[in-house]
Write a protein that binds this ligand. Structure first.
Ligand SMILES: Nc1ncnc2c1ncn2[C@@H]1O[C@H](COP(=O)(O)OP(=O)(O)OP(=O)(O)O)[C@@H](O)[C@H]1O
Ligand SMILES: [Mg+2]
Length: 358
């Protein structure tokens, strides 16, 4: 195999998310052979958190096991220069639902934990003023945001570090639950601007934003204010929850936020002693059908899981502890589908911005 052949081979590999060959994406920046070593550099639109492993395997298969593969990725990022704040955060993802109690916070927390386990730098922003649940989920009920003065003399709030790579900010770290319930109007707006503008996250790959339930003024203001990369809509399979999904989708459309997909939660229950049996307690496939009808991806169908529920109340989400491996695997697959959708969205945005520049 000479250099040209190698270049051809790598260029013909199809990107696992974008379904286009690398040469068409202009991705192969370097492809060299040096004895038994093959050195490759790829430049691709991000996020690449999930894709690197698959791409590495595809290339190794293509060049054969007799070669050592040295593979480097450069991640193309979308322009963030027009952002007012959160400039150091690559991807900002809202987790929302039209209806309360569908498991939005449980999924937001577990998605953030999954991304951390995949090696990303993650922030989790709990935007629920009236019922912040992330402090309970992560066992941080007594934690508080620390105030600091930054190098420009501005007061900033430091998020709570759960572990390396995972930071959390919540209204629950600012005030007591009982006090939160009575906050209204301008005071509320003040708290929100604090949550967005004053928290010093540092550099993050992902910020996962757990939105309060519903599609009212508060939610609309929030999704307009924060520079979202995309939104995930959570629902349960039953009919009454689905009307709210339609409302959520139209809210995001109104403010031009891309929907990355729908997660159907509490899809079924499988008893531990009968893992192949599925009980569709809240109906079957409601989320899947509405995803199809709305033309947005179905990211996953997450079952009811006793351990996940216990973990949510007990301070260590399953995706962090690894307990309930089946549930953890389903949440990981769902997270990967979300990342694939985000990559496609970013690729389309990049192409659009190139067209505008030309
Ligand atoms: N897949 C699941 N299996 C078991 N329990 C779950 C699952 N998803 C969520 N729960 C539990 O259901 C309850 C409601 O979930 P959660 O608080 O995440 O909903 P929410 O949509 O954020 O609610 P709210 O609208 O109040 O913010 C919690 O006790 C949570 O632990
Ligand atoms: Mg919640």
């Amino acid at each position: 195999m000479n250099k040209e052949e190698l270049f051809q081979k790598i260029g013909n590999i199809v990107d696992p998310d974008l379904n286009l060959p690398f040469n068409q994406l202009g991705a192969v920046k370097k492809a060299e052979i040096d004895g038994n070593n093959v050195n490759i550099e790829l430049r691709l639109i991000g996020p690449l958190t999930h894709a690197q492993h698959t791409i590495r395997e595809a290339i190794q298969k293509e060049i054969g096991s007799e070669f050592n593969l040295n593979l480097n990725f450069t991640e193309i990022e979308l322009d963030r220069s027009n952002r007012e704040f959160l400039k150091d955060v690559k991807h900002i993802i809202a987790v929302s639902s039209g209806k309360g109690g569908v498991g939005k916070s449980a999924l937001a927390g577990n998605i953030a934990a999954t991304l951390t386990r995949m090696g990303a730098k993650v922030g989790l922003l709990d935007g629920d003023v009236y019922g912040p649940s992330q402090p309970t989920m992560f066992g941080l009920k007594d934690a508080r945001l620390e105030a600091e003065t930054d190098s420009h003399g501005k007061t900033v709030a430091i998020p709570v570090k759960k572990e390396e790579g995972l930071k959390i900010a919540s209204m629950g770290f600012v005030m007591n639950r009982e006090d939160a319930a009575i906050v209204r109007g301008p005071l509320l707006a003040g708290y929100f601007s604090m949550l967005f503008e004053q928290i010093e996250w540092g550099e993050l790959d992902f910020l996962v934003f757990d939105l309060p339930p519903g599609t009212g003024d508060i939610q609309l203001t929030l999704v307009q204010k924060i520079p979202l990369s995309g939104a995930v809509v959570v629902t349960t399979p039953q009919e009454i929850a689905l009307a709210d999904v339609r409302r959520s989708i139209s809210m995001f459309k109104k403010v031009n936020v891309d929907i990355l997909g729908i997660v159907e939660n509490m899809s079924y229950f499988s008893p531990e002693d009968m893992p192949d049996k599925k009980y569709y307690i809240f109906g079957k496939d409601g989320g899947k059908i509405i995803a199809y009808e709305s033309g947005v991806p179905l990211l996953g169908q997450v079952p009811l899981d006793t351990e996940m529920r216990e973990a949510n109340d007990g301070g260590e989400p399953v995706a962090l502890s690894g307990r309930s491996p089946r549930q953890v695997a389903i949440i990981k697959d769902t997270t990967i589908e979300m990342l694939k959708s985000l990559r496609n969205r970013n690729y389309n945005n990049l192409n659009n911005s190139l067209e505008i520049n030309i």
